[in-house]
Design a protein around this ligand. Structure first.
Ligand code: DGL
Length: 271
């Protein structure tokens, strides 16, 4: 492992690409290796044991690529799989800490909403992370299990009646609780940012877990003195565990550009 090694990023599916998109802005000279467990997504309705077993396989695969930093760009893994950095002896961040710091600095009325998968909300991980920073902050959580399938199937239009109805239904209790800051606690959710912003109204600030995590990666690179010295833009290799048929189309939604090269399918159960 050296400063020329890549940053390893993984998610249960393609949601972590929202973090990759931001990483290419914050750290344009870094190479990235991305793994999306498209064959086993979603993780968010599975047990702690299963999610942890999957996460360990995902990390073992990325470690085989000689990475220098590990990012779990997945709210669910960050919430339930423990400290993967300690376990694998590598500088690490999940999405919790960077996002909790940002939300606690943003709120004005001390009322923060969190939306995430069912596993994330059941773990109360964001709530604990926020109240660790400031115990007086109030945190209101809501799981949104239909958001990941909507996004992975391309249902993302703010004017689509199905999308809007689902979003309104999930967010109603948070509006009632008068949150002024809302954490998009799953890395798939920034894709629904426009419709979530419409429904929450202009007085609520949205915190994008992918963006905050990418920003935190910049801090890790500086802290461990691991900046890639290359002058040209970094490369990005993509690995998934299911067939590649829909990858380009769906990845394009997350990255805002099409991806046709450096995409590979692997057998994650071998790791
Ligand atoms: N992007 C993942 C997360 O942040 C999606 C979870 C899932 O697979 O259910 O939680």
């Amino acid at each position: 492992m050296s400063e020329n090694s890549a940053i390893g990023v993984f998610d249960s599916g393609l949601g972590g690409l929202t973090a990759v998109k931001e990483l290419t802005q914050f750290l344009p000279h870094e190479n990235i290796v991305y793994f999306g467990d498209t064959g086993r997504v979603p993780y968010g309705n599975r047990s702690r044991e299963t999610i942890t077993r999957y996460a360990l396989q995902d990390v073992r695969f990325l470690k085989s690529k000689d990475i220098k930093i590990l990012i779990a760009a997945c709210g669910t893994v960050s919430s339930v799989a423990g400290d993967l950095g300690k376990e694998f002896h590598i500088p690490y961040t999940g999405v919790l800490k960077p996002t909790a710091i940002s939300a606690s600095q943003t709120t004005r009325n001390g009322r923060i909403g969190v939306i995430g998968t069912t596993a994330t909300v059941n773990s109360s991980s964001y709530k604990k992370a926020i109240q660790n920073i400031n115990p007086s902050l109030q945190v209101f959580q809501q799981d949104c299990p239909l958001f990941v399938p909507l996004v992975e199937n391309g249902f993302i239009d703010r004017n689509d009646i199905v999308v809007r109805t689902v979003v309104e239904r999930y967010l109603a209790p948070l509006i009632e609780n008068q949150v002024d800051t809302l954490i998009l606690g799953c890395t798939h959710y920034p894709i629904l940012k426009d419709v979530i912003a419409d429904v929450m109204g202009e007085n609520v600030t949205l915190i994008d877990s992918g963006r905050e995590t990418a920003r935190y990666a910049l801090h890790l690179i500086e802290k461990y003195n691991l900046a890639n010295p290359q002058k040209e833009n970094g490369s990005c290799e993509y690995y998934v565990s299911d067939n590649l048929d829909n990858f380009s189309k769906i990845a394009g939604i997350f990255l805002g550009k099409s991806v046709n090269q450096d995409v590979h399918q692997i057998k994650i159960e071998h790791y």
